[in-house]
Design a protein around this ligand. Structure first.
Ligand code: ADP
Ligand code: MG
Length: 451
């Protein structure tokens, strides 16, 4: 199948040609007919499989081929959880819009509010935004969504994780009319919280899921390494970064403080490194992303602010310096490599404080990982429960009951461990339930990174 088989405007086909894109990916092939038919849709497919065009093309087509419901109001609103991702999607949309008479605008947290109000007064047809900022403009009556024809939520589950449900509901209420179409996309759409919000936002949606969210990504080689402590993690990381086959690397840490510290350390070791976290000014965030995407830096150290959606073609290695707080973020983090058919490697450093998160990732992915080792950097740590169970299995019959009893006691020790690092995370992340109250520092991390 080719894009020309869909009823797409010639200008869109020309733009695709210009981008060198001819054959739709599976998600595009399945999502396009539903979205083009004006139906609501919940769609998921693996990272790097072309979800952006799966919503941008039908959005463009709808605007080109139908009459506006309102002359003033935006016709399409695309919401994303982070500013960097919104900028990326806006960049792709601009390529498509450039060929037409339509206007697009991005409305992101961290930018000048009054300038945005002026921009909104120029009545753009398309808005790409982070939800907090658009909700603020709605409240200030800088824009109205009565005429909104298409609402798109990319990485919808992440927007909920970040606490944007009230803003999403406000946006939904402002655009609550029968002719609105709503599309929701992510690589991970299978949580209860998503179903709840989907019931509010979508009207009798079609569902498209290309593979399950836990299905193995065949272009990403996943490796697990045991790590004993912070110094050991740093030694492992240095070793990984020195591998000659690396192009660019993204290193994920648990907290912002860690990104800064680790980036300085890597810079001291001679790696060209920058640190991206939500606390930086937007201009600094832009500069860092700009330099990294141009290949001017080899390594980007960051938090989950960069786990979603970013499409950086030269990233060949992702390192989880600390395991992520939510298991599904693991899927998104490693998905920063192995995109659009390219191959990538994802290495996770698993220390005692990461163990619970590691187990959650295993259970999310329905997979048992084998651990690798690096010559000269062996780990003493070999997992908490594994240790206990291995002891129990290897013990002689007589000693078995005693060891088994010990093993039985092990789980009791776990809550203590959790508590210890809930109070002072430095490496690793707390094994938290989805709705668990986050650590203050992590809350901050999430909060100002997108609004
Ligand atoms: P996802 O949102 O599923 O993670 P993206 O939409 O970011 O993936 O697309 C990943 C990469 O694939 C982008 O660089 C995009 O330009 C490219 N791409 C998208 N559709 C196609 C296609 N049909 N053929 C080839 N490359 C594509
Ligand atoms: Mg995407």
């Amino acid at each position: 199948m080719q894009f020309s088989d869909f009823s797409l405007d010639k200008r869109l086909l020309d733009s695709l040609k210009h981008m060198g894109i001819t054959t739709p990916t599976e998600i595009q092939e399945q999502a396009l007919p539903i979205a083009l038919a004006g139906k609501d849709l919940m769609a998921s497919s693996k990272t790097g499989s072309g979800k952006t065009l799966a919503f941008l093309l039908p959005a463009m087509q709808r605007i080109i081929s139908t009459r506006a419901l309102s002359k003033k109001d935006p016709r399409v609103l695309i919401l994303l959880p982070t500013r960097e991702l919104a900028q990326q999607v806006y960049g792709q949309l601009r390529l498509l819009v450039a060929n037409t008479q339509y206007k697009a605008m991005s409305v992101l947290g961290g930018e000048n509010f009054n300038d945005q109000a002026k921009g909104l007064a120029r009545e753009p047809h398309f808005i790409v935004a982070t939800p907090g900022r658009i909700a603020d403009h709605l409240q200030q009556r800088h824009l109205f969504l009565n005429g909104l024809e298409l609402l798109i939520l990319d990485e919808a589950d992440r927007m909920l994780d970040l606490g944007f449900a009230p803003q999403l509901k406000a946006i939904n209420d402002a655009a609550d009319h029968k002719r609105r179409q709503t599309l929701m996309f992510s690589a991970t759409l299978d949580h209860q919280s998503i179903n709840d919000i989907a019931t509010t936002l979508l009207n009798n949606p079609s569902h498209v899921a290309i593979g399950a969210s836990y299905a193995e990504h065949k272009d990403i080689e996943q490796k697990m390494l045991f790590a004993d402590h912070l110094d050991h993690k740093q030694a492992l990381l240095s070793h990984l970064l020195k591998q000659p086959e690396n192009k660019q690397t993204i290193v994920f840490t648990a907290t912002r403080a860690d990104t800064e510290r680790l980036a300085s350390l890597l810079a001291e070791q001679g790696f060209s490194t920058s640190a991206l976290s939500g606390e930086l000014k937007q201009s600094a965030r832009n500069q860092i992303m700009d330099q990294f995407s141009r290949g001017q830096q080899q390594i980007l150290v960051t938090t989950d602010v960069a786990s979603r959606g970013l499409d950086l073609i030269n990233v060949s290695l992702v390192v989880n310096f600390d395991m992520p707080k939510f298991a599904e973020e693991y899927v998104h983090r490693i998905g920063r490599t192995g995109r659009a058919g390219a191959k990538g490697v994802a290495v996770s450093l698993v220390g005692p404080k990461d163990w619970q998160s590691f187990l959650q990732v295993q259970s999310f992915l329905r997979k048992n990982f084998e651990f690798s080792a690096i010559d000269g950097l062996p780990a003493k740590f070999s997992g908490l429960t594994k240790q206990a169970s291995t002891k129990a299995v290897n013990a002689k019959p007589k000693a078995k009951s005693a060891t088994a009893a010990k093993a039985k006691q092990k789980p009791k020790a776990a809550p203590k461990r959790d508590k210890r690092f809930i109070t002072g995370v430095d490496v690793g992340d707390a094994p938290m339930r989805r709705k668990a109250k986050p650590l203050p520092i992590i809350e901050q991390d999430n909060k100002d990174s997108e609004d």
